[in-house]
Write a protein that binds this ligand. Structure first.
Ligand code: SF4
Length: 342
């Protein structure tokens, strides 16, 4: 089943209405929307790590929440294991909830400070009625603590979140997700709030657990160096849209979109002799209530042309002529590679 798509988003949008003033309502003005995600499509193959990267405000975290239906899409479809889960009732969604888990950025905020680590990990087992006795629950919790490196588990079981390190807290969060035996994990900046010294260790742990538990990840990060370490495929998001995607090595060695080029050029390199001198594109990511017309990146793009200011470029496969299958293709949304007439 290795190449089958486990999770698929089809033209998904998430627009959040912005509060209107009484005057706006009186004047009959349509409410504004924050277009957090604006027509995103991609598939995550079983057993792979699909990365979503971009600056803060790009829509990557909202996309992650839409993928597991922690948020309802404004339009579009989410398919999990071949089933359209977009319209499922809360009751029908319950069985999928267990199979789709999320690891959030801040482990301290994710854990209940009044529960011991053991109770916190066991909580989901109880909610989903996955064990037959207290002894079995404890056994499952001790086993998963061991698997994530909280060893010996007996010394962690009765501790509280404030009594352990940040790296250990993130291991607890990972254990709490994995004890439910999910198929799919959304990892939203899972190492961003941990010490630099433990980041590589946690990424190695996630890679090992992916193999051990046959997992599939949607890995969300603002850091392209982290993405390079763990992702098979990468999609770069800008203002709610994917602007470039493809196999990670392809995108990193041969970036096509000016935004991807700028992001990659800004990744710090350990050797100062090879430091790249291209700065990040000037300016801030624009407001997604009133995105710039045309290509949303044009106010920051050093290669912008006239058409970029009026017409939005489509996301097109660059290696189609080389007969690369669409699901393994390299895509970009940029007028440098598309024909406005075509
Ligand atoms: Fe730059 Fe134009 Fe390409 Fe947008 S479409 S990234 S503005 S060249």
């Amino acid at each position: 089943m290795s190449d089958e798509v486990l999770l698929e988003l089809r033209d998904v949008r998430k627009w959040f209405p912005v509060g209107q003033s009484v005057f706006d309502t009186f004047m009959g003005r349509e409410p504004d929307n924050v277009r957090a995600v604006d027509g995103v499509s991609f598939g995550v193959p079983h057993g792979k790590v699909y990365g979503l990267a971009g600056e803060s405000g790009s829509g990557k975290s909202t996309t992650g929440r839409l993928a597991v239906r922690l948020l309802e899409p404004t339009s579009g479809q989410v398919l999990f294991d071949g089933n359209d889960i977009t319209m499922l009732s809360k009751e029908d969604m319950r069985s999928h909830r267990r199979e789709m888990q999320v690891i959030f950025q801040d482990p301290f905020a994710s854990l209940n400070p009044r529960m011991t680590l053991g109770e916190g990990i066991a909580h989901g087992l109880r909610i989903h009625n996955l064990t037959g006795s207290r002894a079995e629950t404890r056994e499952r919790v001790m086993d998963i603590m061991h698997r994530v490196g909280l060893t010996p588990p007996g010394t962690f079981y009765n501790r509280y979140p404030h009594q352990i390190s940040g790296g250990q807290r993130q291991r607890v969060v990972i254990a709490r997700a994995l004890v439910l035996q999910p198929k799919f994990i959304v990892a939203d900046e899972p190492i961003a709030m941990t010490d630099a010294s433990v980041r590589a260790v946690l990424l190695d742990l996630m890679i090992q657990l992916k193999e051990d538990f046959d997992l599939t990840y949607l890995f969300i990060t603002h850091d392209l160096a982290t993405a390079k370490y763990i992702c098979d495929t990468i999609a770069i998001m800008y203002l709610g849209r994917i602007v470039e995607s493809g196999p990670l090595t392809q995108v990193y060695t041969n970036p096509q979109h000016p935004y991807t080029e700028a992001l990659l050029a800004a990744v710090p390199v350990p050797d100062p002799r090879h430091r790249r001198d291209k700065p990040m594109p000037h300016g801030e990511i624009p407001n997604s209530i009133n995105p710039p017309p045309g290509c949303a990146f044009h106010p920051r793009c050093p290669k912008a042309m006239d058409i970029c200011r009026v017409q939005s470029p489509p996301l097109e496969q660059l290696d189609q002529a080389s007969q690369v299958p669409p699901d393994q293709g390299h895509y970009t949304a940029c007028w440098l590679y598309s024909d406005p007439e075509g």
